[in-house]
Design a protein around this ligand. Structure first.
Ligand SMILES: [Zn+2]
Length: 130
């Protein structure tokens, strides 16, 4: 009877350990996911801001072209400066998108633009080498 009882106790202990390990790993994973989500959200907010700034710059350029009067296509340093700002902001958006994908463990296929797992060697959609 004692042997049987000991077996029950041991089985119970092993089950409790397994459950505890499972929960600990689950919480670690959940914590990691939350961290990733927060980081991704932060990148997405910044990308939204940058897009709004780009839209404002396009508006400014439109006004400058309109105010150019007779020759709206004449070289205009104010317009060139705004074009440079747009390019810089677009580059920053690409950088942030790449970082957000890195956090999520994905990357964009250079061939078709689809999101692929970082561990893949080839794009699952178009077969391009990643
Ligand atoms: Zn592809």
């Amino acid at each position: 009877m004692d042997d049987k009882w000991n077996e029950v106790v041991e089985t119970f202990k092993a089950t409790a350990r397994a459950a505890s390990d499972f929960l600990t790993k689950g919480f670690e994973k959940a914590g990691q996911r939350t961290g990733e989500a927060v980081e991704t959200a932060r990148y997405n907010i910044r990308i939204k801001e940058l897009n709004a700034e780009i839209t404002a710059l396009y508006k400014d350029i439109g006004r400058l072209v309109y105010e150019g009067g007779e020759n709206p296509y004449a070289p205009n340093e104010k317009i060139n400066e705004k074009l440079r700002q747009i390019s810089a902001k677009k580059a920053e958006i690409e950088e942030l998108r790449a970082r957000a994908e890195d956090v999520k463990g994905t990357r964009k296929c250079p061939g078709c633009g689809k999101t692929c797992e970082k561990s893949y060697s080839f794009c699952a959609v178009c077969g391009t080498k990643l």
